[in-house]
Design a protein around this ligand. Structure first.
Ligand code: NIG
Ligand code: FE
Length: 396
């Protein structure tokens, strides 16, 4: 298999099963084309068709050897700008301790103490780890700085390594504001937002028990929106509060976690354009009940799957792991889980250039060391991603 294409121009030929996620290009919701080839010119898909039938192009040729090719994974939810780890906290949970939002404070201490270079190295390491497992689009939040300077530098450090950045000054109230939470909310919606908005595309709030209530979340999100940021929300992870309905009220692109949902929450999502982003790594690592994806899918709600990589509740960058868990524990079919981790993630980020391999899409794809996308769930824990291309360039 060719190692590098310097130009972003590559022909991937001899594909046994190509997932395009474009029903007008192939069969079913995944738009599957068998015995296929895909041509990427200057980083963009220009042709999809039968194996051996590609138009002439000055392209490096990759022989997929009859294996499956999928769009690269779109991981729409990550917290990569941090320092330290919380392995002891994880071990304590596995001995019966509950997960609480309070653990975030220890990562805040480590993050504030880290140099810019250390923070950047952590982001780079985790993005590379994600790439090796097929992720070609990465979103990264701030949220472990919780001061004006530390939130802004988290976003600056992340922004040159990821595709989407999200301001999460409202992750928790930091210790020094414990008795002055109103002042902290005002800071997040004021001076901190001013410093962060130039480096972020999105604004997020952890709206849940132990973090921020619905009114506080509304204030922060509305301030972000007025500065041109688009809203997304951590909602209903720890309890069935009002976060999901706030997401719908504000037209948020995504409500993330959705672990505990009332019927009213499901109805609200069903009548909205808000994606439900499910994060099975968090339930796995906090030993919590999984969200019920089937309930959402049966209500016609768009579901995304993301890794939620962070040192507390979900220290994984592996979308294949999330797909396997979602299929086994959340009542998704293997095909639904693959769609949710690709085009679903793109919808959660309101991107139409990634998550599919129709003509005009970004040339982001992965080659599986397997004949079908079904193997991602069928062969859990096996490193099946054998090559990753991003904008037509070999990325892993
Ligand atoms: O998405 N839920 C809030 N934030 C992270 C966890 C943060 C932490 O525990 O450090 C999450 O799961
Ligand atoms: Fe998160």
């Amino acid at each position: 298999m060719a190692d590098v294409t310097a130009s972003g121009t590559v022909l991937v030929d001899n594909i046994g099963e190509l997932v395009t996620n474009d029903p007008s290009t192939g069969e079913g919701p995944l738009g599957i084309v068998r015995d296929a080839a895909v041509l990427v010119v200057d980083g963009v898909v220009t042709w999809v068709g039968a194996r051996g039938a590609a138009p002439d192009a000055d392209a490096a040729v990759v022989d997929a050897g009859g294996r499956a090719v999928l769009p690269g994974f779109v991981d729409s939810h990550g917290h990569l700008a941090f320092a330290g780890d919380r392995a002891e906290e994880f071990a304590a949970r596995m001995s019966g301790q509950p997960y609480t939002a309070g653990g975030i404070a220890s990562t805040v201490r480590a993050t504030r103490a880290a140099s810019d270079a250390e923070l950047e190295a952590n982001v780079v390491r985790l993005v590379a780890e994600a790439r090796r497992q097929g992720t070609t689009t990465v979103e990264c939040k701030s949220g472990y700085g919780l001061s004006v300077a530390d939130e802004a530098r988290s976003l600056v450090v992340a922004s040159s390594h990821v595709d989407e950045t999200t301001y999460l000054g409202a992750h928790v109230v930091p210790a020094e504001y414990a008795d002055r939470r109103d002042e902290y909310v005002a800071l997040v919606a004021g001076e901190m937002l001013d410093a962060c908005a130039p480096h972020a595309g999105w604004v997020d709030v952890f709206c849940d028990r132990g973090a921020f209530d619905v009114d506080e979340a509304r204030e922060v999100l509305a301030a972000g929106i007025s500065r041109g940021l688009r809203p997304r929300i951590h909602a209903n992870q720890l309890e069935a509060g009002g976060g999901v309905r706030l997401a719908v009220e504000l037209g948020a692109a995504s409500a993330d976690h959705c672990t505990h949902l009332s019927d009213a929450d499901v109805d609200a999502l069903a009548g909205s354009g808000t994606v439900a982003t499910l994060l099975p790594g968090a339930e796995f690592s906090t030993r919590s009940p999984y969200p019920d994806a089937r309930r959402l899918l049966d209500a016609g709600i768009t579901v995304a799957l993301a890794a939620d990589c962070n040192p507390g509740s979900s220290y994984t960058t592996s979308i294949p792991f999330c797909i396997a868990v979602a299929v086994r524990e959340m009542r998704m079919t293997p095909s639904e889980a693959v769609w949710s981790a690709t085009l679903g993630g793109a919808r959660a980020l309101r991107r139409d250039d990634v998550g599919h391999l129709g003509v005009g899409a970004r040339g982001d794809l992965l080659v599986l060391d397997a004949p079908s996308h079904l193997h991602l769930a069928y062969r859990p824990g096996v490193p099946l991603v054998s090559a990753v291309y991003r904008r037509g360039l070999r990325a892993a």
